[in-house]
Ligand binder design. Structure first.
Ligand code: C5P
Length: 400
């Protein structure tokens, strides 16, 4: 569980999105967090404290004069026992009060008295969100070190469409998890490839492989969690893009190369996780190929460009990381690839159980030799890989 041992103080303010805070509580608890909820009086008009009490397993605080809490100092106790204060939904009124240090109810008081970081997930009508006063308040909160999560554009409860919709509960949980990760790639720009490529034979057929894209998406998420600006070029996969990651969809290896070359300038790191098809049909038939009954069809193949090797050969290349999926002789083949492509780090993966699982076993090969990463969820492995990448960025090798 991603939030084991973490203590989240959840502030709920009075917007219609308060109903999503119930689901948010459930998901935080499911990830192992201890959740204590504080509600404003307006929030209680939308959802009752009993809902949050049942979902969090803890008493809900609403009244600054509640003598039952701690030593009778609710506003002090509440966040002293928290690793983060998350306010979701955060109304325009809450943002205004927090930005100006107004403390006229329990939640605004404990926001001011807190001793932990503040994350807010705003939710409001688009005009309220775009109002100069709200813009100023958000800028002030950001300057004060708060993390503003969203909002996003979409249909609003008032019937309008625009920016001001709160993030979904699962997205907020992803942000809370990211908050606790070390920010070793802050200010860095990372470009990745992921998934398979699809090389067309005709309009309905093609050559592809069983890459699920899960490892590449996990690495993209881990890089973003570490504070990097991340662009992910991916072949045909049905996975949702991690929050905060820019996604570029491509189909073939040639399209993947073009997208990578378009985005590579100014990057600190390039990680090729994609299983790029080695070959493509020389020409894709414009019409669907038909059986003629007499001859067996032959498909002329030509070699695809090696995207990773091309990036590594650029005049001022980013730090390049490759993946090597092998069915045998992992160390030998991985080292060979590392030298052939002239890259400092290659991630070896012995394909024992096929593609597509949620866990994996990896081995990192770099100038320091081999470093094994035992069986773990792909996100855990991705974080370890990103830590290694951060170390290499901090201590670049003279040879590369
Ligand atoms: O040579 P091989 O395909 O085994 O190398 C795998 C590594 O090279 C991966 O990181 C993969 O993303 C990258 N690669 C590439 N372009 C290719 C083939 C592989 O970027 N055409």
């Amino acid at each position: 569980m991603e939030l084991d041992g973490r203590r989240v103080a959840l502030g709920v303010t009075g917007g219609i999105a308060a109903y999503k805070a119930a689901e948010l509580t459930r998901l935080l608890v499911r990830e192992g967090a201890t959740v204590r909820v504080a509600m404003t009086a307006a929030a209680e008009r939308f959802v009752t404290p009993a809902t949050f009490q049942a979902l969090s397993g803890n008493r809900v605080c609403a009244d600054a004069w509640d003598a039952d809490i701690g030593h009778g100092m609710a506003h002090i106790d509440f966040t002293r026992q928290a690793d983060v204060l998350l306010v979701a939904p955060a109304t325009a009124n809450f943002l205004a009060k927090a930005a100006h240090g107004i403390a006229d109810d329990l939640l605004s008081t404990l926001t001011l008295a807190r001793a932990c970081p503040l994350l807010v997930a705003p939710a409001m009508n688009r005009q309220m969100w775009n109002h100069p006063a709200t813009r100023r308040n958000v800028a002030t909160l950001t300057a004060d070190g708060a993390d503003i999560l969203g909002p996003v554009s979409g249909a609003q409860a008032c019937g309008e469409t625009g920016e001001g919709r709160m993030l979904e509960a699962a997205e907020i949980v992803e942000e809370v998890i990211a908050h606790f990760q070390p920010k070793r790639l802050l200010g860095r720009k990372v470009l990745l490839t992921a998934g398979p490529t699809f090389e067309a034979i005709d309009p309905v057929r093609g050559i592809t492989n069983l890459s699920s894209g899960k490892m590449g998406f996990a690495v993209a998420r881990a890089a973003r969690e570490a504070g990097a600006e991340v662009t992910l070029v991916c072949g045909p996969v049905a996975l949702p893009v991690p929050r905060g990651v820019a996604r570029v969809d491509v189909v073939s290896a040639l399209e993947m190369r073009a997208a990578v070359m378009r985005h590579v300038a100014g990057r600190d790191v390039f990680i090729g996780v994609a299983a790029v098809a080695d070959y493509r049909p020389e020409t894709a038939s414009e019409q669907k190929r038909k059986k003629d009954g007499n001859t067996f069809p032959a498909i002329e193949l030509v070699e695809n460009p090696d995207i990773l090797a091309e990036v590594a050969a650029l005049p001022r290349p980013p730090l390049c990381v490759g993946f090597a999926a092998e069915t045998r002789n992992l160390a030998e083949y991985a080292e060979k690839k590392r030298r052939a492509k002239n890259i400092p780090l290659i991630v070896g993966n012995l394909i024992a159980d096929g593609f597509g699982g949620d866990t994996n076993t990896l081995a990192l090969f770099d100038d320091d030799g081999r470093h094994d990463l035992p069986l773990a969820p792909k996100l855990d492995l991705a974080r370890q890989l990103i830590a290694r990448v951060a170390s290499l960025l901090e201590n670049p090798r003279a040879s590369h």
